[in-house]
Design a protein. Structure first.
Length: 132
């Protein structure tokens, strides 16, 4: 059962949704997506320096993860663990960036288009019709 004023409510939120999508497009065009480094099927991480402690009861724990109880540390050593920041690169979407530039600054970034047989309609390469 549809609400009687559904169409009005829907039309009221369309500009907000379009703004959200436009913001996402700009972020995606400029920053891109993260492509993680993979080696032998596993993600790669930067090495991280940590302190490994040997406790009086013979167990070991990292210094930042020592038990809350009175843990008596008898020795410490510095170790490298492969659980630092994930390694990879951000790949921007240059095609989307070109589309956004041609939409927002058409005088400066318009594409060169071969003339059509019927020049009555301009080429439809602008994805955004909203004027800025």
């Amino acid at each position: 059962m549809e609400e009687p004023d559904y169409q009005l409510k829907f039309e009221a939120v369309v500009p907000e949704a379009a703004g959200f999508l436009e913001d996402r497009a700009v972020r995606y065009a400029a920053r891109g997506v993260f492509e993680p480094e993979v080696y032998k099927g596993k993600y790669c991480y930067e090495p991280r320096e940590r302190i490994r402690c040997t406790l009086a009861d013979g167990t070991e724990a990292f210094k930042d993860k020592l038990p809350k109880k009175h843990a008596k540390v008898i020795s410490e050593r510095i170790v490298m663990t492969p659980d630092g920041k994930q390694i990879g690169v951000w790949r921007p979407d240059t095609k989307l960036l070109a589309i956004l530039l041609s939409a927002w600054l058409p005088a400066k970034y318009r594409r060169a288009v071969a003339p059509n047989e019927d020049d009555s309609e301009p080429p439809a390469h602008n994805v955004f019709t909203q004027q800025r």
